[in-house]
Ligand binder design. Structure first.
Ligand code: GLN
Length: 246
């Protein structure tokens, strides 16, 4: 295992979007996983935060954003709109991004909450979300050709529907995922992974973490040579997650 290897191959700048208002069910853990796996692969992580009202940092390699209550989404919506063009351009340039639940919804075209409030999204993902009266709660397993089985925990009232310009991240085999009518979970577009799954997501899904790292490092340094990472603990966590009831 290479956990003692000093990070010397380069630096990767991770920006967490709105950790003050959009960070529930341990979503912050996704950033810690990226930091640790980057170290195992031989890179140093610099962790940056952007909260509503901050100046958007100029130089970022990976963007991460978590879930939040509808009220948190209302708090950040204006700041998100003021950075929308920049975020769209970063996405279009292939910057890897992970958007979970509440931020996933706002990466789309809009989120219409249960009480009829329309929170506009930034249209990076061709999706729309409608708040429902039912909450979709529980453990989820979803199968992806790209990443294998994806494990996580969902808790949302938003029902998300995908348009023609985005593909689902995975097909649900346990739980609900994007909505209660179809068996899709999350969305994939460009180098963006979007998902309803908390837990946090990345500790139990190292294939997704390494996708974000590989794309970031390749964009920045031209190629990515993975380290020799021992994933036995992640495998154990995946087996436990798979055995949990809904
Ligand atoms: N407020 C949104 C919903 O309930 C998002 C919830 C979340 O991020 N867990 O649909």
């Amino acid at each position: 295992m290479s956990s003692g290897t000093p990070a010397n191959k380069g630096t990767v700048r991770i920006l967490q979007l709105y950790p003050r208002d959009m960070n529930i069910y341990g979503d912050w853990g996704n950033v810690l996983v990226l930091k640790q796996r980057l170290a195992w692969h031989g890179y140093e992580a610099v962790i940056l935060e952007h909260n509503a009202g901050d100046t958007f940092p100029s130089d970022v390699d990976i963007l991460i954003g978590g879930g939040g209550q509808d009220s948190g989404q209302v708090v950040i919506q204006q700041d998100l709109q003021s950075n929308a063009a920049h975020l769209r351009s970063l996405a279009g340039d292939g910057t890897p991004m992970l958007a979970i639940c509440g931020l996933y919804q706002l990466f789309g075209n809009f989120f219409k909450t249960h009480d009829g409030t329309v929170i506009p999204g930034i249209g990076i993902l061709d999706i729309e979300t409608h708040g429902g009266s039912e909450r979709l709660i529980g453990n989820v397993v979803a199968r992806s050709e790209e990443f294998g089985d994806i494990h996580g925990y969902e808790n949302h009232s938003g029902q998300t529907f995908l348009g023609p310009n985005v593909r689902p991240l995975a097909t649900v085999t346990k739980g609900e995922g994007n909505n209660s009518k179809e068996d899709h979970e999350g969305a994939r577009h460009l180098n963006i992974v979007a998902s309803y799954l908390h837990g946090s997501l990345l500790p139990k899904n190292p294939a997704v973490a390494d996708f974000l790292i590989r794309e970031a490092v390749t964009r920045k340094y031209g190629s990515f040579e993975p380290g020799d990472v021992d994933d036995s603990l992640a495998e154990l966590a995946r087996r436990h997650a798979a055995a949990r009831p809904r």
